[in-house]
Write a protein of this length. Structure first.
Length: 116
């Protein structure tokens, strides 16, 4: 094999190893929603977000499990992203405008705002 090809393979292997060893975290928390459309929006909102590897929201339990790279995005930023899409979580509340923009079938019963 030619030396240039071997060098290129070494660089590719190094990049794959260094990328796969980057720290990943998994978190589970409550995200309010009411229907399958909510599930699609919640999951799509996050899977299209840089730093999020995968997201799975369970309609029955209202629990979102997300795997992400904390060096790229924080858990709080993930929750803020959901709030911008109109979905309350345990730490972040959507604005009334974002909630009102949800489709009629997605209007879940909102939890009371947390007291300061």
């Amino acid at each position: 094999m030619n030396k240039r090809f071997i060098a290129m393979l070494c660089v590719i292997a190094f990049l794959l190893i260094s990328n796969s060893s980057a720290k990943k975290e998994k978190a589970t928390f409550t995200v309010y929603g009411i229907c399958e459309m909510c599930e699609t929006i919640i999951e799509r909102t996050l899977t299209e977000t840089e730093g999020v590897i995968w997201a799975d929201w369970e309609l029955e339990t209202k629990q979102l499990t997300v795997k992400y790279s904390p060096s790229v995005i924080s858990l709080l930023k993930i929750k803020e992203k959901l709030a911008k899409a109109g979905y309350d979580s345990d730490d972040c509340r959507a604005t009334d405008e974002a909630y009102d923009a949800l489709h009629v079938c997605c209007k879940y019963e909102r939890p009371a705002p947390k007291k300061p």
